[in-house]
Design a protein around this ligand. Sequence first.
Ligand code: ADP
Length: 219
Amino acid sequence: MRIVLVGPPGAGKGTQAAYLARNLSIPHISTGDLFRANISQGTDLGKQARAYMDAGRLVPDEVTIGMARDRMAQPDAAGGFLLDGFPRNVGQAEALDEMLRSESLKLDAVLDLEVPEDEVVKRIAGRRICRNDSAHVFHVTYNPPKAEGVCDACGGELYQRDDDTEETVRTRLEVYHTQTEPIIDYYRAQGLVVTISALGKVTDVTERAMEALEKSDEG
Ligand code: ADP
C-alpha cells in the first residue's frame, strides 16, 4: 500500500505511523525525521533545513522534494510506503503525483487525523522524544515515562524538540492551516481521503486507522 498521513502537528502522526507501518509491513518515511537525522549528522541538507524547522516554517520545496524522492527510491520502498509529513503543501503533492505517475503507480489512501486545536498545543508542549528512536514518544502528563527523562522502551535519553515550544507550535499550526490543509481537498478530489478522530488512546486510534484503511482498500 502507498499511504499518506496528514494531520496537524501533535495529531500523533509519528506514533501512529510507526504502528501502522509495522502492521502493514511497509517503511515509515517521515520527512521530519529525515531532516532531524541530517541536522544531527551535520550535513549540508541539515544546515539548510534547520532555521526553517526551528521557526516552525516549511523547508523549501527544492530541498524537501529531492530528499523525499531519494528516500522513496530506496529498495525497501518499492512495494509501498507510509508517508508522514510529506507532502505538506500542494506543490509537494503535485510533485509526488508526478513521481508516482512516472512509475505507473498510485496512492491507495490519504489518512487524515483530526484533533482539536487546544488539544494539539497541550500535546506538543509536553511531548518528549527518545534520542534513539523518534517512535518512542512520551508526554510529561498524558504518557509519562517510568523514570523522568528516560525512555521506557530502550533506556534512551528523552528530549524536547527545538520546535516544540508554544510559540513555534502556533506558527506550525498556522502553516498547517494555510499550506497543508489544502492538500486534503486536493486528495479529496481524487477520492482518496479517509478521516478519523485522533483523540483517545493510542491503540484505539491505531485500530480506527486500520479499519478505515481496510474499508478504503475494499471501496
Ligand atoms: P510535526 O508533524 O509534529 O509538525 P515533523 O517532524 O513532521 O513535525 O516536522 C517538523 C518540521 O520539519 C516542520 O515544521 C518543517 O519545518 C519540517 N518539515 C517536515 N516535513 C516537511 C515537508 N514535507 N516540507 C517542508 N518542511 C517539512
